[in-house]
Design a binder for this molecule. Structure first.
Ligand code: SF4
Ligand code: SF4
Length: 345
């Protein structure tokens, strides 16, 4: 069976198997060459990181645990010199998505040919606004060219705007612009460290008033519009369930999901430390994961996380929502789209 077919079957089977973690995000580096205003990673860089061999060993452990999707992020993961080797190894084990701020992917095309999905961050169609958000002149032009190049090269590139008050009214335009070119769009939602945990695993940054969404009604309308558009546009990579949850969050202020950190998903930092999400303290090392996954400590953390309401990171909501048996069916339906994209490749 070829590797994409194997991965497509694993997606379909695992999405229907409850009580297994599906998703891991590995922030393999804190190095970053951008200065985004909504993020502090660039101010607090750390030159220390795991070696290539350690990352490979960690990936073997994740595979055995049942992970099917691995997101490789940072910082900018493509700033690591061994990025190609890491992506190549990951792509044999997982459905692999690589994040890039738009500065590196065009220089690392050969490395990215092995990735299943490459997500490029573009926050606006307005060059000046995008460059303001990234605080790097020329970032918009570079990212737009990168998306075009990757698309032409046959790489499954998607665009991931971070929805904030600064771009809220142009999210539909961004969506139309890229999906009309056949490029899928997935969204992040502006979030910041509201953590009370001083030992937070991976600090992103304190709240920035410019970015916080104040026009809740516009957010509700956006969810409605995307739900409508999704009927005809399969390049919008959001489940209906997730959009409905967001709509309730912004219209009624209600969180209608329980967080399933350390159940359905986990994160790993550049030093190999693991946590349910990047907002809490680390709970162990990836190399001890087989011993501690079913421990009492982890079960107690799962209980704590399930009551936590400290963040609205879309990825974490996505993998929490699709955690119940019914959620697994929705995930299976949604993941089948990913499986098809893999098979088309
Ligand atoms: S948002 Fe990403 S690209 Fe921007 S500074 Fe933070 S880590 Fe770097
Ligand atoms: S809600 Fe979940 S993902 Fe968010 S901070 Fe709490 S435990 Fe982490």
């Amino acid at each position: 069976m070829n590797i994409n077919l194997q991965k497509a079957s694993r997606i379909a089977i695992n999405a229907l198997t409850p009580n297994r973690p599906h998703h891991a995000q590995w922030m393999i580096t804190r190095k970053c060459n951008y200065h985004c205003r909504g993020c502090n990673v660039w101010k607090e860089q750390d030159q220390k990181e795991l070696t290539t061999e350690e990352i490979k060993r960690g990936m073997d452990i994740l595979k055995k645990l049942g992970i099917i999707e691995l997101v490789i992020s940072g910082g900018d993961p493509l700033l690591r010199e061994d990025a190609a080797e890491i992506i190549d190894y990951a792509s044999k084990l997982f459905v692999t998505t690589v994040y890039d701020n738009g500065s590196m992917a065009a220089k690392k095309i050969d490395a990215l040919r092995n990735a299943d999905f490459v997500a490029i961050s573009i926050d606006s169609l307005d060059e000046a606004k995008n460059d303001y958000i990234k605080a790097v002149p020329g970032s918009w032009k570079r990212a737009m060219e990168t998306v075009e190049t990757l698309h032409k090269e046959g790489i499954n590139v998607s665009v991931t705007p971070t929805i904030s008050q600064l771009n809220l009214y142009e999210i539909l335009d961004i969506t139309n612009y890229f999906t009309n070119k056949g490029i899928p769009v997935w969204y992040c939602l502006y979030s910041y460290d509201a953590s009370e945990d001083k030992n937070q695993l991976f600090r992103i940054g304190k709240s920035n008033d410019e970015f916080i969404i104040k026009d809740n009604q516009a957010m509700v309308q956006l969810c409605d519009s995307l739900l409508e558009m999704k009927k005809k546009n399969r390049k919008i990579l959001m489940t209906n369930e997730l959009l409905k949850i967001l709509k309730t969050l912004f219209s009624e202020g209600k969180r209608t999901w329980n967080c399933r950190a350390l159940r359905n998903f986990l994160v790993i930092d550049h030093l190999g430390r693991i946590a349910g999400c990047h907002i809490h303290n680390f709970a162990g090392s990836i190399f001890d994961l087989p011993k501690i996954w079913n421990s009492e400590k982890f079960n107690s953390l799962r209980e704590t996380y399930s009551k936590c309401a400290q963040c609205t990171y879309l990825c974490y909501i996505f993998y929490s929502v699709h955690g119940s048996p019914f959620g697994h069916l929705l995930l299976a339906k949604d993941q089948w789209k990913n499986a098809k994209l893999l098979l088309e490749k």
